[in-house]
Design a binder for this molecule. Sequence first.
Ligand SMILES: NC(=O)c1ccc[n+]([C@@H]2O[C@H](COP(=O)([O-])OP(=O)(O)OC[C@H]3O[C@@H](n4cnc5c(N)ncnc54)[C@H](OP(=O)(O)O)[C@@H]3O)[C@@H](O)[C@H]2O)c1
Length: 360
Amino acid sequence: MASEKPTCRWGIVSTGFIASWFVDDLALDRPDANVKHVIQCIGSSSLEKGEAFAAKHCPNSKPAIYSSYAEVYADPDVDCVYIGTPHSFHKQNCLDAIAAGKNVLCEKAFTINAREAREVFEAAAKKGVYVHEAMWLRHRPLVADLTKLLHQDKVIGDVFRMSSDFGFYMDIAGLPETSRLKDPKLGAGTLLDIGVYSLTWAILALDPDSPKNSQTPKLLAAQTQKNGVEVLSSVILHYPSSGRQGMITSTTLSDAPSDVVCRILGTEGYIDVTGLAPSHPASFTVYTKKKDGGGFEEASRSNYTDIGHGFVHEADDTALDIAAGRKESPIMPWKETIRVMEMMDEIRKQGGTKYPQDDE
Ligand SMILES: NC(=O)c1ccc[n+]([C@@H]2O[C@H](COP(=O)([O-])OP(=O)(O)OC[C@H]3O[C@@H](n4cnc5c(N)ncnc54)[C@H](OP(=O)(O)O)[C@@H]3O)[C@@H](O)[C@H]2O)c1
């Protein structure tokens, strides 16, 4: 007899943009999946919003709708809470869920700064619950295949440099004052919102020991603020032990002009990762040095098709971790989240971007 698939009953906290994509993917009919997802309940600032969200994004189920997040944490039928609020609320939402004994998957940026992240993981360790930063990029099959080719098979020789630019035009001045993209109290700025993906590509491309024994590179950063909101970040990373370097940027001043979301250079060739954005890679092409003469030639191309919006890998991995009794994701363990937050703290320190929470 076939064994039962692990089931994860989700409590959804907030009904914003990314929560809708995540829940769409939980609701997909995937008979071949090795886990089962149940949308148990939805918590929102208003019952009406929760009901409208469920009607649109939960076509085949009837989750309980709550007009508070606290009721999600208190629901005995929830195995894991998904947090999709603005970054500035992540710390408190996580702490409240943890205090209720719940496992947590919390959107990136995990918190506003590394101090807040440490506080959350300390609470999780004390309570003995699972907590995982929803850095969905790391869960993509494309990333697993690419990092194997780079660091184990060494298809482009020794990697020495990478670059990744996340450009996403936003008329920040035209947004309402309450928007999380405009209000510094809500963590507005490109680095935590989209720059974290360029930074993740740098780590994936340059650090073969991530996430288990990651190194911390030296950082040289500049940031530009407009009307109090950081709109452009540029960072050079340098790994002293290998000499590898990365150049990464993020901006809301313009869309990216090309579909190359990350370029990785090695002594024997290079790899272009292409897609909609650094958060949405779709393909990568390996170019190797021509045998005779200069230049490069295409050696292979790998294409990937998203299932739904692309969140199923992260959701399935989380459900499997919880079913196996793990407290951390092996793909995004606690110390890696803290290290990324520490790097973003350092970039903001050099770039002059401060959030009110930094002084707490
Ligand atoms: N993984 C990804 O690809 C991805 C993409 C975009 C965003 N994100 C992350 O997800 C988080 C949310 O981003 P989003 O774009 O989904 O935001 P959003 O559309 O503004 O939604 C945020 C939701 O949080 C709740 N909320 C509670 N207090 C709020 C406040 N004071 N202001 C605004 N919303 C408040 C609201 O839900 P209720 O009213 O229902 O409670 C709101 O709908 C951010 O941390 C962001 O970095 C991740």
